[in-house]
Design a protein around this ligand. Structure first.
Ligand code: AMP
Length: 184
């Protein structure tokens, strides 16, 4: 992403806390709370994303629960477009469309309100989450956006775990932008 300098990338990487064996042995949890509580860094990140996405004629930013809400909602405000939450099953109060996806063991499900795009045909949507790993969550979110008549024009993640190939697989369907690649 051209609007993110190497210096900003370094500061972002330094700001993200790695918690080993969380939530289970062998997983390194990438904790972005230590990025978002750093006001100047957060401002620079959102400003840089705004510069990159300002020319893309977006109608909505869609964020994946829960940490995608944080970055997605800030970016939607900065861009002056609506924010759409993509939530875990059973959380949204109105009529929903849902999509199942597989986890390491079993399945999970995410949902969107059926009127999330306010009836706009081919609404131009940016999908946002904090991190892409296997890509299962993001692929399900992409499918939901498109099933509801939106056009997912790009998917944006602060962190990418390239060894798990989620970003690579998703890029067969939509342009994927990631800011930081982290090896396992
Ligand atoms: P995946 O569907 O495998 O791409 O997983 C992506 C989702 O799980 C995102 O919503 C992330 O917030 C979360 N996630 C997966 N792995 C990690 C990790 N190592 N650290 C923090 N969050 C993670």
């Amino acid at each position: 992403m051209q609007t993110i300098s190497e210096e900003l990338k370094k500061h972002l990487l330094d700001s993200i806390r790695a918690i080993p064996d969380c939530p289970k042995p062998g997983i390194i949890f990438r904790d972005i709370t230590t990025l978002i509580n750093n006001a100047p860094l957060l401002l620079e990140l959102i400003d840089s994303l705004k510069k990159y996405y300002a020319c893309m004629n977006l109608d909505f930013v869609a964020g994946i629960e829960a940490r995608g809400f944080i970055f997605g909602a800030m970016l939607s405000y900065a861009l002056g477009v609506g924010f759409v939450p993509i939530r875990k099953k059973g959380k949204l109060p109105f009529k929903t469309m849902s999509e199942k996806y597989s986890l390491e063991y079993g399945f999970d499900e995410i949902e969107m309100h059926i009127d999330a795009f306010r009836g706009k045909q081919n609404a131009r949507v940016l999908l946002v989450d904090d991190l892409i790993a296997t890509g299962g969550t993001a692929q399900a979110a992409f499918n939901l956006i498109e099933s509801l008549g939106g056009k997912c024009v790009e998917a944006c993640f602060i962190l990418n775990l390239p060894d798990l190939k989620g970003a690579k697989n998703l890029s067969e369907f939509v342009k994927v932008s990631t800011i930081l690649d982290i090896g396992n």
